[in-house]
Design a protein around this ligand. Structure first.
Ligand code: PMP
Length: 444
């Protein structure tokens, strides 16, 4: 009897790969694995404190309730839930999505909502329908790595716009628009994460919001408002969405990934009516329809559960972790480092002393059993080497403290090395290992 080949033998000749490379479409040139991916395989070992991943902490979800909601869904509506559905998404869920958005001041009609496979797919669909190769997308500096990957895959040019502690800087936006126009390029949209930014942790202030909208209106630039963290603020009420004050010029993206479940993969786009039609066509050609089962599960969860109370609990859990992160940074980090205090979300952005390269230092950090994402991952143009993103969403407060203590130790050593050897300090430490694809959530 023929033996089943061992798993490692199931990729016969790597030479076959080479023969495919020449056939790939030109746009795939931008689809490259991150250089640090392999390191994350090591970073995902239990002894390493990962301050790298952006995985929501869903340990507080009422799993029994979710289980019974899903089981009732199959028993009572199985033939609909397990069937193809509308390309635009389940009408009942779209109404509930409008209720969710009302918390941020948005008055919308369910007809203008398109359900997507996470908001990640919404970024993809919007880029697909707007961007030709060479078109410009304006993004904050830094910006969400998953969106940068989409823009690259459609061969759009990313132009970064400065942010400060109050979010996107209006004057920098004006300058960027002028410079891009002077270069004869077309700006297709401004991609912005106004609340609890990934990766920068900052929030666009209420004062700046009308100004950003006015600039975009003046220059006829569409705004793509990506807001997966908006309900996860640690103080007060949710901020008013940009879309709440500008219905025609803004496409708003939302997601149930951070407020319910990322595995269920349900997000949405709220678009001006004319754009919505094109989005549905793009959705249909990508997936025929977003998954009926997931949508109906979210819908049933929202009906059966006090989802707002659940989000409140999540906010408290994340605030406790943010506080642990802030305290540990204060207690352990070298004085030459700086960081912000996020008012919500998952991330804090740390700036290192000049000369310290976060990417070069990562192998040493992983050897010291702590991981982070180097700042360069969040720029399309190579900037960010002296910064890093730390996430506080997943580890316990104790592990966060221990992780920061280890990181500070690595930084102290690194600074001492720099002081002794200058820029040519030897880089040694754990080698990146190949042959394992780390979960992409490390970069989410
Ligand atoms: N936008 C931002 C800013 C994110 O941080 C993420 C996930 N990390 C997404 C979009 C995509 O999330 P999802 O597809 O799970 O909704």
């Amino acid at each position: 009897m023929e033996q089943t080949p061992a798993r490692s033998e199931s990729h016969p000749a790597s030479t076959r790969l080479d023969s495919y490379v020449d056939r790939y479409a030109a746009r795939t040139a931008g689809m490259t694995a991150s250089e640090i991916r392999a390191l994350f395989a090591v970073a995902s070992r239990p002894e390493v404190v990962s301050l790298a991943g952006g995985m929501p902490n869903i340990s507080g979800l009422p799993l029994d309730l979710v289980g019974s909601v899903i089981s009732d869904l199959v028993a009572d509506h199985g033939t609909t839930a397990l069937q193809y559905g509308s390309g635009q998404g389940d009408p009942v869920l779209r109404e509930q999505i409008c209720d969710v958005m009302r918390l941020e001041g948005i008055e919308a009609h369910p007809d203008d909502v398109v359900v997507t496979v996470g908001s990640q797919q919404a970024v993809d669909l919007v880029t697909r329908i707007f961007c030709d190769p060479g078109d410009v997308v304006l993004c904050e500096a830094p910006s969400y790595v998953g969106a940068l990957g989409v823009f690259k895959s459609f061969q759009a040019d990313v132009v970064h716009v400065e942010m400060d502690a109050d979010g996107l800087v209006p004057e920098a936006l004006r300058q960027a628009i002028t410079a891009v126009k002077a270069a004869g390029k077309t700006i297709k949209f401004l991609y912005t994460i106004p609340n609890f930014h990934n990766p920068a942790g900052v929030t666009l202030t209420a004062e700046r919001r009308p100004e950003i909208l006015a600039i975009c209106r003046e220059h006829d630039i569409l705004v793509l408002e990506d807001n997966p963290y908006g309900l996860l603020g640690f103080e007060g009420e949710p901020m008013r969405a940009l879309r709440a004050d500008e219905a025609e010029g803004v496409i708003y993206l939302g997601s149930f990934s951070k407020t319910f479940s990322p595995g269920i993969r349900v997000g949405w786009a709220l678009a001006p009516h004319a754009v919505r039609e094109k989005l549905v066509l793009a959705q249909e050609s990508a997936t025929l329809c977003p998954p009926s089962f997931s949508q109906m599960a979210v819908s049933a969860y929202l009906t059966a559960h006090d989802w707002q109370g659940q989000i409140k609990q999540m906010r408290e859990m994340y605030r406790e972790r943010r506080d642990a992160m802030m305290q540990a940074l204060d207690d352990f980090m070298p004085a030459a480092c700086s960081w912000n205090t996020p008012d919500g979300g998952f991330f804090v952005w740390v700036t290192l002393p000049p000369g310290i390269d976060a990417k070069a230092m990562l192998p040493r950090a992983v050897t010291a059993r702590v991981a982070y994402v180097p700042g360069t991952a969040f720029f399309a143009d190579g900037y960010g080497s002296s910064s890093m993103r730390l996430s506080f969403c997943f580890p316990t407060p104790e592990r966060i403290r221990e992780g920061v203590r280890r990181l500070a130790g690595v930084l102290d050593d690194e600074m001492e090395l720099r002081a002794t050897f200058g820029a040519g300090a030897p880089v040694h430490g754990l080698e990146a290992r190949s042959g394992y694809d780390a979960p992409s959530t490390d970069l989410s």
